[in-house]
Design a binder for this molecule. Structure first.
Ligand code: GLA
Length: 551
């Protein structure tokens, strides 16, 4: 699961000033740090490849090695793709007398002298040898999805229930870096996903503690039970990403049954739409609209480009589902466009939101980027006709009166400087993606009110939550910077409840002795200055929340 670090150490004098202002805050109760807090780095969405879309349950060692090699030779690894993820089909449910996985030695042979066939550590060593990371897959139930075979035959027991501690320890011992946990068995047994995944999170945490090896934790229950409300920090330890929808495509494996299946553009749009939960995407937790189908049969080059635009504006995990050995030059260029990738991997870690829509299908989406005044903007035309779509600087939270420059992400062209808005012609079912660089509007800072009582010190949440009341309303999703202190090495957590809605759990990584800042997004939809944000400690001690600044 996630690990956090400080993005940058403050220079000595500034650090001292910030530390001093912290002392002032503790002493007087309602003064806040005057210096801008240091932004704290959060984990970025994962980038890599997954076997399911193109290899279904026929995945084996040779396929995985070929894909890993292609990730390097194509330049994808250099562009940032790193995970090579083995999905369903690597194990068909056999266990030995000790309950350990028994793996087909022919599908997973020895790859170097001294190795034993059927040992999954072999393929991990191979992947690591290329400088990449390795992912594996299981199910939360007794059965896994192989009870509903895609290419057949059916296997009934390929899940981890009853073996959580043992299986996740084995994954970590094999050296895997990433684990996706599916929900076919859990669904069949009508289990509660929040309960099962919490237990799995604890098993992962103890596997990590036993081996010193981190497992990135991907939850796959298809969004059926609103995982964005419980998956971040489930069970007191953090899940990293969670699926928000069903499968974007059923697997398409050349020369096998169903090889004529096609990926579909409406399917891409539908998964994108179901993945939009900006209040949950922050501090390293990500909505996962599924592996991408870019480069698979069924999509045109233009549709692949729109698909990539949708995933990056959403800050989604970028897991390629196509066969990397057969990518066209155009597909590859779409996947490794550095400006598109920079949008996805922006260090604020926030999700893009819809900031305007016109005429039932003409939409403006905006993702705030770390550099003040910068926005990634997607002009999306869902209609059957070409149309002009306009983005206003005011819709982006930028100063209306200041000119802003516009750069096209796909043509790499600087389009010039514009006053108050920019319009582009967008073909039917297509999109234009630009970077707008303007002037950030001032943030409004609020200090805690906590039922009218001033806060005093970093650990006040032990006794009562930290509240911000009378926060002004905003027409759209507001961006909120939370200034806090966490002198521990370990990440602290707090639940944020806005206007009485379901809380989201926020990670507060170490700030050392400085005041740090993380960002969240939320709808401040009560008119007047009637919005209320309450941070409650999840486990002692909580972060020392000093102030919020709303944009
Ligand atoms: C589910 C998941 C897919 C894939 C398959 C494997 O459908 O959603 O991503 O892992 O199972 O069977």
């Amino acid at each position: 699961m996630r690990r956090f670090q400080n993005r940058k150490a403050l220079p000595g004098t500034l650090a001292l000033l910030v530390a001093l202002s912290g002392i002032i805050m503790c002493a007087s109760g309602n003064l806040i740090a005057q210096s801008a807090p240091t932004e704290v780095a959060v984990p970025l969405p994962p980038m890599g490849w997954s076997s399911w879309n193109s290899f279904s349950n026929i995945v084996d060692s040779q396929i995985v090695m070929d894909q890993a090699k292609a990730m390097i030779s194509s330049g994808m690894a250099k562009a940032g793709y790193q995970y090579v993820n083995i999905d369903e089909g690597w194990w068909i449910g056999d266990r030995d007398a000790d309950g350990q996985f028994v793996v087909d030695p022919k599908a997973w042979p020895a790859l170097a002298t001294g190795e034993r066939a059927g040992d999954m550590a072999n393929i991990v060593r191979y992947i690591h040898g290329l400088g990449l990371k390795a992912g594996i897959y299981t199910d939360a139930g007794y059965a896994g999805c192989s009870m509903y075979p895609d290419l057949g035959p059916a296997y009934q027991h390929a899940g981890s229930e009853g073996h959580y501690e043992q299986d996740f320890l084995q994954f970590a011992k094999w050296g895997f870096d990433y684990v996706k946990v599916d929900w076919c068995g859990g669904d069949k047994e009508k289990l509660d996903p929040a309960v099962q995944y919490a237990e799995i999170a604890r098993a992962i945490a103890s596997a990590e503690a036993a081996t010193g090896h981190t497992l990135y934790f991907s939850i796959c229950e298809w969004g059926n039970n609103s995982p964005w409300t419980w998956a971040p920090n489930v069970g007191g330890v953090a899940a990293d990403i969670w699926r928000t929808s069903g499968d974007i495509v059923a697997p398409i494996v050349p020369h096998h049954k169903f090889s004529g299946r096609l990926a579909s553009f409406p399917g891409v749009l539908s998964n994108f739409d179901q993945g939009v939960h900006p209040e949950a995407e922050h501090t390293g937790f990500y909505n996962d609209p599924d592996m991408m189908v870019i480069g698979m049969p069924g999509l045109t080059d233009a549709q692949n480009r729109v698909h990539m635009s949708l995933w990056v504006i959403s800050g989604a995990p970028l897991l390629v589902g196509a066969d990397l050995t057969t990518l066209s030059a155009t597909t590859l260029a779409t996947l490794i466009n550095p400006e598109a990738l920079a949008i996805d991997q922006d260090s604020l870690g926030l999700q893009g939101v819809k900031v305007a829509s016109y005429d039932d299908g003409l939409e403006v989406w905006s993702k705030a980027l770390a550099k003040p005044g910068e926005r990634a903007v997607l002009l999306l035309n869902r209609t059957g006709d070409a149309a002009s779509i306009k983005v206003n600087w005011s819709d982006l939270g930028l100063v209306d009166a200041s000119p802003a420059t516009v750069k096209d992400v796909w043509s790499h062209k600087d389009l010039g400087s514009f006053n108050s808005s920019y319009s582009a012609n967008v073909p039917s079912l297509d999109a234009v993606m630009v970077i707008v660089r303007g002037s950030e509007r001032e943030l409004t800072t609020y200090t805690p009110t906590a039922a009218g009582k001033p806060q005093s010190g970093a650990d006040v949440q032990r006794d009562r939550p930290v509240s911000f009341t009378r926060v002004a309303s905003h027409a759209q999703m507001a961006r909120i910077r939370v200034a806090y202190t966490n002198p521990d090495k370990a990440t602290r957590f707090a639940a944020l409840r806005v206007n009485g809605r379901t809380a989201t759990r926020i990670a507060f990584p170490s700030t050392g002795s400085n005041v740090g800042a993380i960002w969240v997004e939320s709808l401040l939809d009560r008119t007047g200055a009637e919005n209320e944000l309450i941070f409650a400690t999840i486990c002692d001690p909580g972060p020392g929340i000093a102030s919020i600044a709303v944009q």
